[in-house]
Design a protein around this ligand. Structure first.
Ligand code: GDG
Length: 735
C-alpha cells in the first residue's frame, strides 16, 4: 500500500537527553495536529531532524534515537553542530527568513551558509530516498527544504511530490536580489504541487518563475520540462475543536482548579468594572512587529488618557533563535521599551504592560486567550499567523475583538477583524479604542462569521485539501495530447526507418536543432550539430530537409557550403541537395510598408522587443521583454493586426515568443506537401517545437512520425523534452 512521507526540518517530537537517557514526547503544534491523519494513513512516515546533533550522540545513543523515533513512525536525519550553525541558524534564519519577510537589511548572502544548505538538503534527500517506495507520495514543508523536491524528483521521477511554504514568498523585486535564485526556484519546481498560504504569495512566486526562469505559466500551472507543476493557495487553519473545547472546559473550572496565572488575571479583571485586557502572543521575532506594537500602545495611552489604569497590555513573547544577533538586539529593544513605558505610566495599582519572555504550557495559553477582551496582533510580515485564529476559536461566548495587521496572511480570510497597518500608530490607537468600546452585539456578529470559517476550514481540512490536490496533479499530464517518445517507441521507429526504402526527415531549426538565444543571429549551428547533420544527410535512401521560418540569406550563410536540402521563409524558398534555390511561391511584399510602422510603435512601448525583417514576412520578437507586459502587448497587437489584415492575404502566426505576419498562402505544411508529392516515401519523420510546425504535423500522412519538442499542446503524436533529446534521438538514425 502506498504511503505518504512527510518531511520537515524538525520531527513532530521533542527528543531530550537527560543524563544519557532519552526522553521522547510527541509535540502538539498545529502542523503535527494537521498532519496527524496523513501521517497515520498506511505506513505514513515523518522525516526530520530530532533536535540532537551528532556531537551529542554517540553511536549507541544514535541507534536508540533511531529506534525510539521509529516507534512514532518517524525517521531522523542526522545533523552536525556545524550543519545547524550554517544551514539552520545561518542560511535558513539569516538569509531566507529575513529576505522572504522583506528585511533586506538583515539578509546575509554567505557562500558557506549556502553550501551547507545544499549539503543538508542532500542529507534529507538521502533519508527520504531510503524510505521511499514506488507509489508513495512525499509532502515537503517549508523554507529550510526548498531544494529537496528537485533532489527527490531527479532520483525518483514518478513520485508525487507536494511542497508547502509556511512563510511569505516575496515579490520578484525582493527575490531577484538573491544570488542563487535560479537554484532555489528549480529546487521547488521538483514538486508537482506547490502550496502557499495566500494568493499573493502564489502570484509573487509565479512572477519570479516567469521573469527569472522564463517559463510558460498558464493560470496557475507551470510547464517545466515534460511536467506540469501546479501552484495554489491553501490557507492553513488550526485545530479548532481543541482550542474551542479547551476553552469550554476552562469556563467550567471552579476557583480552586484555576491556575496561578488565571488568578492574577481575575484579580485584574475584578479590580474595576470597566477594566480591560489586551493580549498579544508571538515568538520574539522582528517580523512580528513587537516594538511597533508597544509604541502604538504608548501612543494610544497618550491620545486617549481616559483608558489609563483601566487597560493593560499582556505580551507573551516566546524566546526564539536567540543566538542570531538580530534577535538579541530585538530582545534588548523590547526590554527597554517595556521598561520605559511602564516607568513612565505606572501608578501604585497599575502597570500598563505585563511582559512575559518565556513559553507557557497550553492551559496557560487558554487562560490568556479566554481572559483577553482584545487580541492585538501586529506583525510587519507574517506568512499566516495562527495566534489570531486561536484567539477567535477560544471565544465561546463569541465576544472579544481581534485587531489584526493587514500584513499577516490571516488578514486575507479574517475580514471581520479590525484591520490595521502596523506602521500607522494613529490607526492602531483608534482601533484599540474602537475595540474597547465595541458593543457586544457587534463583537458577536463579527466572531460568529469568523468562527464558522475556522471551524469549517480546520488544519485537518487544510491537509486533506492539499493531499487531494496533489492526487489530482497525477492526471494533469493527460491534458497534453501527445505521448512521450520512450525507448520502446524510439526502437520501433528506428526499426521502421531501417526497413524503409525511401525516407523523408523534416527538421525544424530554432528550438529543435538549436536552443533559443536572446538574439536570433546567435543561434548559429555548432560543430556537433554540423557533424550530426552531415552524418544524417549521408544516410542511404534518406532525404533530410531543414525546414524553417528563417530567411534564405541566413540559411545560405550557415549551410551554403553543405549539401543539405533547405526550405526557408516558412516555405517560400526551396534548395534541393546540390541544386540552386528555387521559389516555391510568388509573393508580394508591398504590405510590409503598412505593417512595419505598427510594429515599431510596439517596439517603442515594449522594452526588450525587436523586429526581424525577412523578405516575405515581419516578425516581432518579445523573448527578452517583461513576460507580463509582453502578454498584454501580444493581445493588443493581435487585435490591431487582425482588424487590419482581414482584407489582405495575410496571416498572423504566434510562434515561440514571436508574432509573425506573413502571406496566408505560405506555411510549412504546404511546403511539406510539395515534397511529399515529388517522391513516394515509406518513412516520414517530422519534428518541431512551435506553432508554425503544427501545419507540418497536419499535412503529413497518418503513418508519419510527428514529434513535438517540449511539453505543449500539439497535433504531433509524440513529444521529446528539449533540444538535447532531439540530438540524442537523431543520432539513433545513424548507423
Ligand atoms: C510560522 C509562520 C505561520 C506560541 N507561544 C506559545 C505557543 N505558541 C503557539 C501558538 C501558535 C504557534 O505557536 C505560533 O504560530 P504562528 O502562526 O503565530 O507563528 P510562527 O511560529 O512564526 O509560524 C506563520 C505558521 O508558520 C504556520 O504555517 O502561520 O506565519 O511564521 O500555534 O499557539 N504554544 C504554547 N506555549 C507558548 O508559549 N504551548
Amino acid at each position: 500500500m502506498s504511503k505518504t512521507i512527510i518531511v520537515s526540518n524538525r520531527l513532530p517530537l521533542q527528543v531530550k537527553l537527560n543524563e544519557n537517557k532519552l526522553e521522547i514526547t510527541p509535540s502538539v503544534g498545529g502542523l503535527a495536529t494537521g498532519m496527524k491523519s496523513v501521517h497515520k494513513e498506511g505506513d505514513g512516515i515523518w522525516i526530520g531532524w530530532s533536535g540532537l546533533t551528532e556531537e551529542e550522540l554517540d553511536e549507541s545513543l544514535s541507534k536508540k534515537v533511531d529506534t525510539a523515533v521509529a516507534k512514532e513512525n518517524c525517521a531522523a536525519v542526522n545533523l552536525t553542530q556545524c550543519d545547524i550553525d550554517n544551514f539552520y541558524y545561518g542560511f535558513s534564519n539569516r538569509t531566507l527568513w529575513p529576505l522572504f519577510h522583506y528585511f533586506m537589511e538583515y539578509t546575509e548572502f554567505e557562500k558557506d551558509f549556502w553550501e551547507s544548505y545544499k549539503a543538508v538538503n542532500q542529507k534529507f534527500a538521502e533519508v527520504v530516498l531510503e524510505n521511499l517506495e514506488d507509489g508513495d507520495n512525499v509532502w515537503v514543508h517549508d523554507y529550510q527544504l526548498l531544494l529537496l523536491p528537485q533532489l527527490i524528483k531527479e532520483k525518483k521521477p514518478d513520485t508525487s511530490i507536494g511542497f508547502f511554504l509556511h512563510i511569505p514568498f516575496p515579490s520578484y523585486e525582493i527575490f531577484r536580489t538573491f544570488p542563487w535564485r535560479e537554484e532555489l526556484l528549480t529546487g521547488m519546481l521538483g514538486a508537482d504541487l506547490i502550496g502557499f498560504h495566500t494568493y499573493d504569495y502564489e502570484r509573487h512566486f509565479l512572477s519570479s518563475i516567469k521573469r527569472i526562469l522564463r517559463l510558460d505559466v498558464k493560470f496557475n500551472e507551470v510547464v517545466y520540462h515534460d511536467r506540469i507543476v501546479k501552484v495554489d493557495s491553501f490557507p492553513m487553519g488550526i485545530d479548532y475543536k481543541k482550542f474551542h473545547q479547551a476553552s469550554v472546559s476552562h469556563t467550567k473550572m471552579n476557583v480552586k482548579e484555576r491556575s496561578e496565572l488565571q488568578k492574577r488575571l481575575d484579580d485584574h479583571i475584578q479590580s474595576s468594572v470597566d477594566t480591560k485586557l489586551i493580549l498579544s502572543i508571538d515568538r520574539l521575532d522582528y517580523t512580528k512587529g513587537i516594538p511597533n506594537r508597544i509604541r502604538a500602545f504608548e501612543y494610544f495611552l497618550n491620545k486617549y488618557p481616559e483608558f489609563k489604569e483601566k487597560v493593560r497590555l499582556i505580551m507573551l513573547s516566546v524566546p526564539s533563535r536567540s543566538n542570531v544577533p538580530q534577535y538579541q538586539l530585538l530582545k534588548k529593544e523590547t526590554d527597554e521599551l517595556v521598561g520605559r513605558i511602564n516607568g513612565q505610566f505606572a501608578t501604585v495599582s497599575w502597570t500598563p504592560i505585563w511582559y512575559f519572555y518565556r513559553s507557557m504550557p497550553f492551559n496557560n495559553l487558554i487562560d490568556l486567550y479566554t481572559s483577553a477582551d482584545v487580541a492585538l496582533i501586529t506583525p510587519v510580515r507574517d506568512g499566516m499567523n495562527l495566534v489570531a485564529k486561536e484567539y477567535v476559536a477560544t471565544r465561546t461566548k463569541k465576544d472579544g475583538v481581534l485587531i489584526l495587521s493587514e500584513m499577516a496572511g490571516a488578514s486575507k480570510e479574517m475580514n471581520e477583524a479590525l484591520m490595521i497597518n502596523p506602521n500607522n500608530f494613529e490607526q492602531i490607537a483608534d482601533a484599540i479604542k474602537q475595540a474597547l468600546e465595541m458593543p457586544v452585539e457587534e463583537q458577536i456578529a463579527r466572531n460568529t462569521i469568523l468562527q464558522k470559517r475556522l471551524e469549517r476550514y480546520s488544519v485537518e481540512k487544510w491537509a486533506h485539501e492539499f493531499m487531494k490536490s496533489l492526487d489530482a496533479t497525477k492526471n494533469l499530464g493527460q491534458v497534453i495530447v501527445s505521448e512521450k517518445l520512450d525507448t520502446k517507441l524510439t526502437n520501433q521507429m528506428i526499426e521502421d526507418y531501417k526497413k524503409s526504402k525511401s525516407s523523408l526527415i523534416l527538421l525544424d531549426y530554432d528550438g529543435t536543432l538549436s536552443g533559443f538565444q536572446d538574439n536570433p543571429q546567435n543561434a548559429n549551428p555548432d560543430m556537433e550539430l554540423f557533424q550530426l547533420l552531415d552524418a544524417l544527410n549521408n544516410q542511404p535512401n534518406t532525404d533530410m530537409v531543414i525546414i524553417s521560418g528563417r530567411d534564405k540569406e541566413t540559411f545560405e550563410k550557415w549551410f551554403g557550403n553543405k549539401e543539405y536540402s533547405l526550405i526557408t521563409d516558412h516555405g517560400v524558398w526551396l534548395k534541393k541537395r546540390n541544386k540552386d534555390w528555387e521559389a516555391l511561391e510568388r509573393l508580394k511584399n508591398d504590405w510590409m510598408e503598412n505593417i512595419r510602422p505598427i510594429l515599431e510603435t510596439f517596439v517603442d512601448r515594449t522594452p526588450g522587443t525587436f523586429i526581424e525583417e525577412k523578405k516575405y514576412s515581419l516578425a516581432w520578437h518579445y523573448r527578452k521583454a517583461d513576460p507580463e507586459l509582453a502578454q498584454i502587448r501580444t493581445m493588443e497587437l493581435n487585435t490591431v493586426l487582425t482588424s487590419l489584415i482581414s482584407n489582405n492575404d495575410l496571416t498572423v502566426l504566434k510562434g515561440n515568443k514571436v508574432i509573425e505576419i506573413k502571406s496566408s498562402s505560405v506555411n510549412k505544411g504546404r511546403a511539406a506537401s510539395r515534397l511529399l508529392s515529388l517522391k513516394n516515401y515509406d518513412f516520414i519523420f517530422t519534428i518541431g517545437d512551435d506553432w508554425t510546425d503544427e501545419y507540418m504535423f497536419e499535412e503529413v500522412p497518418e503513418n508519419a512520425y510527428t514529434i513535438k519538442v517540449g511539453f505543449k499542446k500539439t497535433k504531433a503524436k509524440y513529444y521529446v523534452k528539449d533540444t538535447n533529446e532531439v540530438r540524442k534521438l537523431l543520432t539513433k538514425f545513424i548507423d
